[in-house]
Design a protein around this ligand. Sequence first.
Ligand code: TXA
Ligand code: MG
Length: 347
Amino acid sequence: MVTTIHPASQDLTPAVQLLAAGELVAFPTETVYGLGADARSDDAVQKIYAAKGRPSGNPIIVHVADTAAARDAVAAGEWSAAAESLAATFWPGPLTLILPRGPGISTVVSAGRDSLALRCPAHPVAQKLLKAFGGPIAAPSANRSGFTSPTTARHVLAELDGRIPLILDGGPSQVGLESTVLDLTSAPPKILRPGAITAEMLMPVIGPVETLHTVVDQSDSAISPGQHSRHYAPRTPAYRVTREDWARCAPNPQGFAAMLAAAGKNIVLITDDPALTFPPPHETMLLPRDPAAYAQKLYASLRAADELNMVAILILVPEHIDGLWSAIHDRIRRATRPYGELQGIAP
Ligand code: TXA
Ligand code: MG
């Protein structure tokens, strides 16, 4: 199959026709790029699992144009007051709500569960596509299962070239991290995946929310597979290093860098601290210290670091943990191994 990239500023008719024919279309959202299929068709949704190599037990988020379409997708009478308030406050936007699934949505979407994940995306191209298609679109992130989510059309091509017919190019995703997933079927509601809509933002609207912190082993079947310990990972072995790690294991980071270089082991350091960098032949990628700007660039940096084909990627864990930083820490943790395991590659 030949994969075409189509500027999203052009006519969306080919994309709509493909979706209507039960084919896949990758499209931009404000969080990350999604891999879309008609959420009402078992066969179409099945193609998502095949193209991504996604485990069949991992359910998919359904995207809707507005709150009315969300109400139609859930089971009769199950669109709750909390859902209504959250939708009114945060939609369109990076918040996914889990509610009991209605009969119109393919059961393949929910991977055997009675629940359904719903999101109304804010990206103008996603909105335009949903309106032109006129139905719900199932769309996980448009990457091969287990790897880093794409934030540009080029990233999608790198992941899915030859596996899907069309990618709509709407420029880089602005948020850069996947949506917050909030389970409204539990009491109190539970954040299954942190994102740009934080617990601090949700609580004034619906009261107490819990945050799920368990990180389960990759082999276990999780409530929300975003909880798998290894997820969002680049292909190059990646490690996270805290300032405490530096102090404990490598009191002299420059000496450590020189030792690695002498052994011909060049690594990429992703850091938000201009004072903590590595000299050549290593590479240093400096990220912004503002959390929104950091989040927007994180996945693109991981990909760029991956493309350098060095022996390892090292990420300096940001100091702050509040608000959006908590989602950033979550993704760094899932994309990397602890610093201690890097010792294996040291000379
Ligand atoms: O920002 C996003 O959410 C992006 C864009 C494309 O919208 N989509 C995305 O989809 O990240 P995906 O499939 O990569 O992640 C969906 C997450 C997974 O952790 C999945 O397990 C969880 O949502 N999920 C989906 N349906 C669920 C359900 N019924 N119950 C519990 N978790 C669910
Ligand atoms: Mg994903």
